[in-house]
Design a protein around this ligand. Sequence first.
Ligand code: OXD
Ligand code: MN
Length: 581
Amino acid sequence: MTSKLSALNEWVDQVSAQCRASRVHWCDGSEAETQRLIEQMLETGDLLKLNEQTHPDCYLHRSDPKDVARVEHLTFVCTSNKDDAGPNNNWMDPAEAHALMNGLFSGCMEGRTLYVVPYCMGPIDSPLSRCGVELTDSPYVVANMRLMTRMGQAALDRVEREGTFVKGLHSTGELDPERRYIMHFPEELSIQSFGSGYGGNALLGKKCHALRIASYQARSEGWLAEHMLIVGIENPAGEVRYVAAAFPSACGKTNLAMLIPPEAYREQGWKVWTVGDDICWLHPGEDGRLYAINPEAGFFGVAPGTSDKTNPNALAMLDREAIFTNVATTEDNQPWWEGLDDRVPATDWQGRDFDPKNGPAAHPNSRFTVSIQRCPSYSDQAESKAGVPIDAIVFGGRRASLAPLVLEARDWQHGVLVGGAMASETTAAATGQVGVVRRDPMAMKPFCGYHFGDYWGHWLALGEKLTHPPKIFQVNWFRRDADGGFIWPGFGDNLRVLEWILARCRGEVEASETPVGLLPADGDINLDGLAEQPDMNTLLAFDQAGWREEVQAIDAFLQEFEPRVPQALKDELARVKSALS
Ligand code: OXD
Ligand code: MN
């Protein structure tokens, strides 16, 4: 097979010759194709079959033990002008990066098949969607891309109609961490990834395209590509309001996207609808509101901690047609991870007999891949061409202290400061130390494809175009008490906070003003039905001295992005500072 688009054919021919691929396979995305790939991976050991009775059509992939997370230090944004990538990215000169990658790709697919994977990010017929083609030598990547994107013939048809697409080239190479690079060329709308088979490094539609390249594209086209879940909240009157929420990796976006309301809420008729759990493309609509689509079609969720208590919806979709990566297995070959239940696993994520001395049985960043359509709370608006209208944008972080349970920004400009100043403790989703507080503006630190100063400027400019902008909030589910325990119950009970947020959006409740934003008044977060009353005084305290230190830290952080920090953002910080003094 070839394509009607000569630019695509020429690129495939050129890559296939350069990599000396033994075969080229154009993916049509069909069921039969997936079955053939799975058979082949079962033969090579790339996939292992899990218990067919309990988990029909579920497979386990064990990655190389040194290839288990995104590698931010090996991820580059290659713009012709270094300053355009900003201090928030590693930068390499495009010519140098191409020379390096050409060397790595040269001959790397000898004896391997080159798969041509056309995909569409977003509903296949939505004008807000964008297409790409990934060339990869990994059948595991193909199988994941089929779950994570609209992949195959329909995407190819759209690529051919439009004539433009993001070019992604990927090879697992030898999985040598010394020969591993994830390169982005935003000016060329292209991505080159070598030496890793891990999700965020290798499924190029996800972080590389839908965030880094798309954020760059979105800036010139007047929209936003964000690291946000999208969730619909239906109240007892049957009205559904949509919230987009940004959290750093492994801070519970998947859980929030498909939360089950507390019993008292369920009885009243509250429901939650999942549109997306990780990435959100926000476009201004003609009515002056912001509309969101989820560019993805599946979940690549963190397994550890997922249980029928924390996320029953996720668990319900993980017993069929799922790919598990780096989880442990039980004696009867069911997938298992820490926090799932109290069974003792037989085999750890590296295939060894489980021995607690070797650390956790499942890798802390082990994942499941599953189609969003399997989600019990899948929204009937997830395929909407126009997207869903967003009432509230929520920024969240993992902070043991200071940041209150919820805080409302005064207006869009203040909201951009709140998002830009976000900080969170690091998690296992990326290699490096876990638990260190780092600034993670809009949860985009690892994902923004250009200079943060320009990015904040773009947020501010976009806000000016919206006659009905969403309100912006900050949340923190992770406050700890003196013994280190979490104060807020989290999970389904986070709906209590979302209820307040939506009530604020409709102007139904008052809030109390502080220099750093608006806090719920006493008693305005509904705690009915909670077995234990959390310490709301701590959760909603305004710590003036703590915030004074915080604004100094924010100021120092913003300075790192000079001279490109928008004046309006500095003015906003100055306003907060003076209100605090
Ligand atoms: C993810 C991540 O995989 O943010 O979504 O690391
Ligand atoms: Mn993510």
